[in-house]
Design a protein around this ligand. Structure first.
Ligand SMILES: Cc1ncc(COP(=O)(O)O)c(C=O)c1O
Length: 406
């Protein structure tokens, strides 16, 4: 029978998905997939935080709860608490009632709703993302009708920030352009600006009338402290100017599949915020009507209760220190093997990922010979490693790739 869709072409090869498929189809019992962005335990298993289990028990026992639709903008307590988490409980913007926060489908959904709103209501439709950036950024913004440009960010020579290049490119951006800034633990590079550099970025963004759009997917994952990781965002909010913030609880609460996050828009006045809020609701309504209830209830339960909040921060620190220890162990294992090159970037980089500097040939060699998979830009998830695999498999593989493949 003829199909209406016989002219539909297969999609172009996606570098991220192709790594996933190659790993999935590899029958080796020792295969290791380091391409994903989810935390794993020392045993290589997904982790559900104790405090999340406790909150879920509490919710399950509460017979007053029901499954009614949430309002278009989600659970009110969730929104208030999420805004406080990123802006700080004493934020003047909150006191002055000029902040709009709506519950969205995690970080991705928050970026998407923000992008749709901007495509409709912001005059300058150019949006700048770092080079490189999370692979979904350009797709999300293009789909919303924004035009995506890049600013220099990572310098492969120093394996650090190309700060000069970043400032030059942002200086040349048109007034009103939107700039996506990853709030901390930059994906994929693991390289963040220092606080002094953030201050210079802020001055430039404000003097050029650019609109900052923070992607805050890893709050707590850079330093282990939720407040320290919020410093860059708070610096921008403190100057009274506007900004967008896409917030996610996927990583820091391990709620990946619950799809829970928030879009916060800091406005210059209460009146502007009121109108912005009602227009954001018009973006949400035809898209998914109302967000899901479970993840928002978990987050709210934890953020509301000071004991649970404390337990969460301890578990979050535990995840971060395991990652830091993996960095140290990998670095030491490469030193012990005398692997040529400077590997100090592995301990200097921040957050879940490390940019190894391996080239595509070396990465394919490692996949073929050692059954270890990473994205073709050389990014590995440090959270996917354990002492055993770091020492035995990965360091051997990197050493072989560096010494045998140019
Ligand atoms: C930089 C960045 N932003 C946003 C996200 C979105 O994650 P989620 O939609 O699960 O919150 C990710 C996920 O890997 C990310 O790395």
């Amino acid at each position: 029978m003829n199909s209406f869709f016989s002219s539909v072409l297969p999609p172009p090869e996606d570098p991220v998905l192709s790594v996933y498929f190659a790993s999935r189809d590899d029958p080796s019992p020792v295969k290791l997939n380091l391409s994903g962005g989810s935390y794993r335990t020392e045993e290589g298993k997904p982790l559900v935080l104790e405090v999340v289990r406790k909150a879920e028990q509490q919710l399950a026992n509460d017979m007053s709860r029901n499954k009614e639709y949430l309002p278009l903008d989600g659970l009110a307590d969730f929104n208030n608490l999420s805004a406080k988490l990123i802006l700080g409980a004493d934020s003047p913007a909150l006191e002055e009632d000029r902040v709009v926060t709506i519950q969205c489908l995690s970080g991705t959904g928050s970026l998407r709703v923000g992008a749709e709103f901007l495509a409709k209501h912001h005059q300058e439709r150019v949006i700048f993302v770092s080079n490189p950036t999370w692979g979904n950024h350009p797709l999300i913004f293009n789909l919303a009708g924004l035009s995506v440009e890049v600013y220099r960010y990572y310098d492969p020579k120093t394996r650090g920030l190309d700060f000069k290049g970043m400032l030059e490119d942002l200086s040349a951006a048109p007034s009103g352009a939107i700039v996506v800034l990853q709030a901390c633990a930059h994906n994929p590079t693991g390289v963040d600006p220092t606080l002094d550099q953030w201050e210079q970025i802020r001055k430039l963004v404000r003097s050029k009338s650019l609109l900052p759009f923070f992607d805050n997917a890893y709050q707590g994952f850079a330093s282990g402290s939720l407040d320290i990781d919020a410093k860059a965002v708070r610096m921008f909010v403190a100057d009274g100017g506007e900004c967008f913030i896409a917030q996610s609880f996927s990583k820091n609460m391990g709620l990946y599949g619950e799809r829970i996050g928030a879009l916060t828009i800091v406005c210059t006045s209460k009146d502007v915020a009121r109108n912005v809020h009602s227009q954001v609701l018009l973006v949400v309504r035809p898209m998914y009507l109302s967000p899901p209830i479970h993840g928002a209830s978990i987050v709210t339960t934890i953020l509301k209760n000071s004991d649970m909040y404390k337990d969460w921060t301890i578990e979050l620190k535990g995840m971060v220190s395991r990652i830091v220890s993996m960095r140290q162990q990998l670095y030491e294992a490469l030193q012990a093997r005398g692997t040529p090159g400077d590997w100090s970037n592995i301990i200097k980089q921040i957050g879940m990922f490390s940019f190894t500097g391996l080239n595509e040939k070396q990465i394919r060699f490692i996949a073929k010979e050692y059954h270890i998979y990473m994205t073709y830009d050389g990014r590995i998830s440090m959270a996917g490693l354990s002492s055993k695999t770091v020492l035995i498999q990965l360091a051997d593989a990197i050493h072989a790739a560096i010494t045998q493949i140019a």
